[in-house]
Design a protein around this ligand. Structure first.
Ligand code: KIV
Length: 273
């Protein structure tokens, strides 16, 4: 790890991420929703930890991200922040807390920052949420954008397939990327869009782009922790690389525990008082 520019920073800030883009150092981001995982992630020197509203899927078992509430996101985020010293912590603003009402957006973002101690918020959309973004930024709260496949709009899209494959949508996304940059967002997620489009956005904007299913030419990558660890075994989109089979590992460990308990071999003499 010694060769990377930002390895020695004691705290990753939005400014650090901008410098990383300028120096061509890729940004590594993963999600977390609890204290134990946050401690583990921070010890690896991950750059950014996202408390994603994907918690609705992987922590709560919902099919979409829509049901998760602001109180629930604050609960997860506060737990994560308690485990992080170095990484930048970004918290997703849940569905219904910022769209169409910039005063509510600011109030929601202020609650997240006050009650969790996180470093920034993330919200989905471009021009249609510009007023909310500007109002949040006016309070000094850093905002990460999110374009492409925006899961909170799944009922509008009707499908999780790759976005912006047609020129009209690609042009709109490019325009939105510039709008986010001009508004003052410090970075943006590009989810499930063609790699060439993500490359174009990355070249045209001066803020870091973090891809998920957006190819290699972006400034950083993000994955959902449970997905990349092989815990959510049924979910295997093309962009996902498994960095372990921890689902299997956990099942094997639990089966062994059950056997040991049933056989009476746990606890042994050394494991008792
Ligand atoms: O909620 C989430 O985990 C996200 C990432 C997939 C970018 O928004």
């Amino acid at each position: 790890m010694g060769a990377y520019l930002q390895t020695d920073v004691t705290k990753v800030t939005t400014r650090v991420l901008k410098t990383m883009k300028q120096h061509g150092e890729k940004i590594a981001m993963l999600t977390a929703y609890d204290y134990s995982m946050a401690c583990l992630l921070d010890s690896t020197k991950i750059d950014v930890v996202l408390v994603g509203d994907s918690a609705a899927n992987v922590m709560q078992g919902y099919k979409t991200t829509l049901p998760i509430t602001l109180d629930e996101m604050i609960f997860y985020a506060a737990s994560v922040v308690r485990g992080i010293k170095r990484a930048l912590v970004v918290v997703d603003m849940p569905f219904g807390t910022y769209q169409g009402n910039s005063k509510q957006a600011l109030a929601s973002a202020i609650r997240i920052m006050k009650e969790t101690g996180a470093d920034a918020v993330k919200l989905e959309g471009g021009e249609e949420v510009l007023e909310s973004i500007s109002r949040i930024l006016s309070a000094g709260i850093p905002v990460m954008g999110h374009l492409g496949l925006t899961p909170q709009s799944i009922n509008k899209f009707g499908t999780y397939v790759v976005r912006a494959t047609e020129k009209e949508e690609a042009d709109r996304l490019l325009k939105d990327a510039h709008i986010l940059e001009q508004a003052g967002c410090f970075a943006m997620v590009l989810e499930k869009i063609p790699a060439v489009l993500a490359e174009q956005v990355t070249k045209e904007v001066n803020i870091p782009t973090i891809g998920i299913g957006a190819g290699a030419a972006v400034d950083g990558q993000v994955l959902v922790l449970q997905d990349m660890l092989g815990i959510t075994q049924q979910f295997k989109p093309r962009y996902l690389r498994h960095y372990g089979s921890f689902g299997e590992g956990i099942s094997t460990a639990v089966r062994q525990y059950i056997t040991d308990v049933k056989e009476g071999s746990f606890p042994n003499e050394k494991e008792q008082y």
